[in-house]
Write a protein that binds this ligand. Structure first.
Ligand code: HEC
Ligand code: HEC
Ligand code: HEC
Ligand code: HEC
Length: 111
């Protein structure tokens, strides 16, 4: 279920327009995609990254929910990882599915 914060971010972004006309560039990274909705402050306190990433992790969860509330791939990492360990916002491109082989060497993939 979507949080109220996620819903208001969707409205702020004009989500209907975004979904129907692909208003983001094909190679836009996750950070820039979110900046269009709420600026750097949607993830960083005062626009500055924290030293340990905890503040940013809290921000992700306040909109998207916790790992425990997501699908099996996410649940398997509850208490183990932060979102940015797999979705590095300044490196990952919108639509990119994180792979497993950076951390697991047994050939597993997302279900
Ligand atoms: C979707 C959330 C998100 C948004 C929006 C975002 N950042 Fe970040 N940023 C992160 C996370 C998480 C990190 C920690 C490093 C990582 O995993 O990429 C980070 C790292 C950084 C760093 C440390 C250097 C680096 O690249 O690792 C800087 C500087 C930074 N962000 C600046 C900004 C600025 C300036 C903006 C606005 C233009 C911005 N960020 C928008 C999530 C975000
Ligand atoms: C272990 C790596 C991993 C971590 C940690 C992780 N994700 Fe993901 N995420 C994935 C993979 C793989 C997919 C694509 C397959 C799937 O949806 O399970 C995905 C998909 C998504 C999607 C897109 C779903 C869709 O509709 O396609 C969102 C949004 C997302 N993750 C948010 C998050 C947030 C927020 C966190 C932290 C609370 C997080 N992820 C942590 C690996 C990860
Ligand atoms: C202010 C609310 C907000 C915050 C904070 C936020 N997101 Fe999002 N995010 C959204 C919205 C809205 C979308 C677009 C709808 C969707 O895909 O759920 C989105 C989309 C995504 C997607 C899917 C993009 C795609 O490929 O289609 C991922 C992955 C994601 N966010 C990860 C993160 C991570 C990681 C963080 C924290 C570093 C974060 N988000 C912080 C609101 C937020
Ligand atoms: C950033 C590193 C990282 C990435 C990427 C990653 N994992 Fe994990 N994963 C871990 C860690 C750390 C644990 C907990 C320690 C362990 O059990 O190996 C874990 C545990 C798991 C577990 C539960 C224990 C086990 O080994 O069965 C599953 C299932 C899992 N990961 C699946 C995946 C899948 C599927 C992907 C790709 C979508 C993935 N992981 C990507 C780091 C990662």
């Amino acid at each position: 279920m979507m949080s109220n914060k996620l819903l208001s971010a969707l409205f702020a972004a004009g989500f209907a327009v975004m979904m129907s006309s692909a208003s983001f560039a094909a190679d836009e990274n996750l950070a820039d995609f979110h900046v269009e909705m709420g600026g750097c402050e949607s993830c960083h306190a005062d626009g500055e990254p924290s030293a340990d990433g905890e503040f940013e992790f809290e921000q992700c969860q306040s909109c998207h929910g916790s790992l425990e509330e997501m699908d099996a791939t996410h649940q398997a990492h509850d208490g183990m990882l932060m979102c940015a360990d797999c979705h590095a916002p300044h490196d990952a491109v919108v639509g990119e599915k994180p792979t497993c082989d950076t951390c697991h060497d047994d050939g597993r993939t997302a279900e």
